[in-house]
Write a protein of this length. Structure first.
Length: 247
């Protein structure tokens, strides 16, 4: 029997990346652990797969119909979902994996990918991270949950949105370069941002910096504009804005 694949996401904050939607279409269900931000996110996901979602702390009045906590069963596995596990600490501390019948707890909120067992109760906790707008230097991630009912076994696979975006670009041959903004890996783009900021301070022109740093002039111009128009912005702030504009 083929295993069942479930997409687990959280903290989309109003952004549905193309790679998330593509992955959802290849799965049998989507679990969203909250901070959805806009109802359109769920509607677009429901168009390609069944969706189970809980309400996050930033979800407004439109999300009042969504539960704060949800217990469901998928293919023989009992799953408990909530947005912020720390907000239900007392209740979760009583959920002993060997006695309560819950196979795993799915949560979000922190924007950090985590897959661990509670050292006291043995309960597995799965946090897919955030696949919405990037937060500081945290990567955009989601999770694929693979269920094996016959063995009552499961595994969680981390999915990095940036890597999936690269694969899509290579497969469709829309761009002959590597991934990230204008073909630069993220670490190289970060270094370019810092160089351009320093170049602006010393009075270099866009064309001079583009030639010196071997970068596309349009990208250098974007960085210069952000640096000039946002007082006090640093390299991390510019990277966040480039990420959002490049989606």
């Amino acid at each position: 029997m083929e295993p069942h694949r479930i997409l687990v996401i959280s903290d989309t904050h109003g952004l549905l990346r193309p790679e998330v939607l593509r992955r959802a279409a290849d799965c049998e269900a989507v679990l969203h652990a909250g901070d959805i931000d806009r109802p359109e996110i769920l509607e677009r996901l429901k168009a390609v797969a069944p969706v189970y979602a809980v309400r996050g702390n930033v979800d407004g009045k439109w999300a009042q119909s969504l539960p704060e906590e949800l217990e469901l069963e998928l293919f023989g596995f009992r799953i408990y979902m909530l947005h912020n596990r720390k907000s239900r600490k007392k209740k979760l501390s009583e959920m002993d994996a060997d006695r309560c019948g819950i196979d795993m707890v799915i949560c979000g909120h922190s924007h950090e990918y985590k897959d661990f067992h509670d050292k006291y109760t043995g309960m597995p906790y799965l946090n897919p991270g955030s696949c919405g707008p990037k937060r500081f230097r945290l990567p955009a991630t989601m999770m694929e949950l693979i269920l094996y009912p016959e063995e009552h076994r499961w595994e969680a696979v981390r999915l990095d949105c940036e890597s999936l975006s690269c694969e899509s670009m290579e497969n469709t041959e829309e761009d002959g370069t590597a991934c990230a903004k204008d073909g630069l890996p993220e670490k190289d783009l970060y270094q370019l941002v810092k160089k351009v900021m320093k170049g602006m301070q010393s009075g270099k022109s866009v064309s001079q910096m583009a030639e010196r740093y071997r970068a596309q002039e349009s990208l250098v111009e974007d960085i210069c504009r952000m640096y000039a128009t946002h007082s006090g912005i640093g390299a991390d702030g510019i990277m966040d804005r480039l990420e959002r504009r490049g989606l």
